[in-house]
Design a protein around this ligand. Structure first.
Ligand code: AMP
Ligand code: GLY
Length: 419
């Protein structure tokens, strides 16, 4: 079978390496891919959001299966468009992708079905939102753009001034475009955060090993939010008891709610959870594999990934074999200087050839090939992952490898997995 992966980040490189190993994969393509995917797949110069281009390419090339990895093509209905032409694809259809594409929809779903989450209100009017924040006078307060915003649409405002700035830039200056037509304002929750990626075919749910993201740019969880600066798996806060509670109060009710709403979810459903003093609550849903969570979850997967993905698409997940090895994985992200603000691209990356411990995998995120050299091409450049018998081993190996790779302006967090 010929397989196409849509997307170009570290997550897509991790998916490519896992799918490439599958005996079912006869040829692998990635659109548009990066310098890392080029080593295991043929990169196809199509934007991840180019639905028509991707459908045409699949028909022309005889692609048998597509994995749509990023949120935007899912929200735009790429899986629907492929299905119309009889092409099987992994990921939710447009209606189901709304669970990530609209925070207003997601909050309404949780409210209607009693799924634990932060208390909230929706606003279409900036002045009304501002007045309510001022009247409540309680900080921090959490302000979220309704739509997709490259992982940057959430502001934790510590004061009225910060809330006002956030509301103005989201709702009036429209820094995220139409995603800011509405905002959700919600209560600030505290507790350890856990990411749980689940395979689901709309009926059966199979959680993957839990993980922890590190969203802020600087050590000690300081500075602005990013797409994710590092991950560890499993998440030590996520005990078997909590896992059982999440399945009962969050995972199963969510999958059943989506089915009841006529939006059955097939794909990878990502639960961003906070373990509060009042039990686990949903911080966010994503309709896809997380990045950089995928770079620690897939290295621990023992089963054939492609077979599991196909079982999800075909509604046979209950029969699929999904198992994870014991031990732990860690991923340290190397980012461009200036990220998550503006940064320069095209910096030559050195040290990629290692040598590295065999337990290490260097996932490319924002990289490109230029005159035979690998250069930076994004904010998050590389994800350096390692597996080990325990988290300390995985972290030691990942950091040792991360040190050997250099490029001008390189920044990384030195405290991944320390919390
Ligand atoms: P998101 O983009 O939805 O993942 O949100 C980014 C980050 O903001 C999350 O990972 C949390 O750390 C934080 N966050 C979002 N919602 C809340 C909340 N209600 N209370 C506290 N922190 C939150
Ligand atoms: N790591 C969080 C996300 O993928 O949205």
């Amino acid at each position: 079978m010929k397989v196409l992966i849509v997307g170009s980040g570290g997550r897509e490189h991790a998916l490519a390496l896992a799918i490439h190993k599958s005996p079912r994969c006869e040829a692998l393509y990635c659109a548009p891919g990066n310098a890392g995917t080029a080593a295991v797949a043929e990169n196809v110069p199509l934007a991840a959001t180019d639905i028509e281009g991707v459908v045409d390419f699949c028909l022309k090339t005889g692609i048998g299966y597509v994995v749509v990895a990023p949120d935007d093509p899912l929200a735009l209905g790429m899986v629907d468009a492929l299905a119309e032409k009889g092409i099987r694809a992994f990921g939710p259809d447009k209606k189901a992708a709304a669970i990530e594409g609209s925070k207003v929809f997601a909050k309404g779903l949780m409210e209607k079905y009693g799924i634990p989450t932060a208390r909230y209100r929706v606003y279409e009017d900036c002045v009304a939102a501002y007045n309510d924040v001022r009247m409540a006078g309680k900080y921090p307060v959490v302000i979220k753009a309704d739509g997709l915003a490259l992982g940057k649409g959430v502001v934790i405002a510590q004061s009225l001034g910060e809330a006002q700035d956030a509301l103005r830039s989201i709702m009036e200056d429209k820094i995220f475009g139409a995603s800011g037509n509405r905002v959700v304002i919600e209560e600030f929750l505290t507790g350890p955060e856990v990411s749980v990626l689940c395979f689901t075919d709309g009926e059966t749910i199979v959680p993957m090993v839990s993980s922890m993201d590190h969203k802020r740019i600087y050590d000690g969880d300081r500075g602005p939010n990013t797409g994710g600066m590092g991950t560890v798996a499993p998440n030590r806060h996520y005990t078997p008891e909590i896992a059982e509670e999440c399945m009962r109060t969050i995972f199963r009710p969510t999958v059943e709610a989506m089915k009841a709403e006529g939006r059955p979810f097939k794909g990878c459903l990502y639960f961003g959870l906070m373990l509060t003093a009042n039990g686990p609550k949903v911080i966010e849903y994503n309709c896809r594999f997380g990045d950089p969570e995928t770079q620690v979850v897939l290295p621990l997967l023992q089963s054939d990934l492609l077979s599991v993905l196909e079982a999800v698409t075909d509604g046979r997940l209950a029969e699929a074999e999904v198992s994870f090895r014991d031990g732990a994985a860690a991923c340290v992200v190397l980012a461009s200087g200036g990220y998550p603000g503006s940064y320069e691209k095209g910096k030559e990356i050195e040290g990629l050839a290692g040598p590295f411990d065999p337990a290490v995998t260097v996932y490319h995120a924002g990289t490109a090939l230029k005159d035979g050299k690998t250069v930076t091409a994004g904010g998050r450049v590389l994800g350096v992952s390692a597996v080990g018998d325990c988290l300390e081993d995985a972290l030691r190996l990942a950091y040792a490898a991360a040190e050997k790779i250099t490029f001008p302006g390189k920044q990384l967090r030195t405290d991944i997995g320390k919390k």
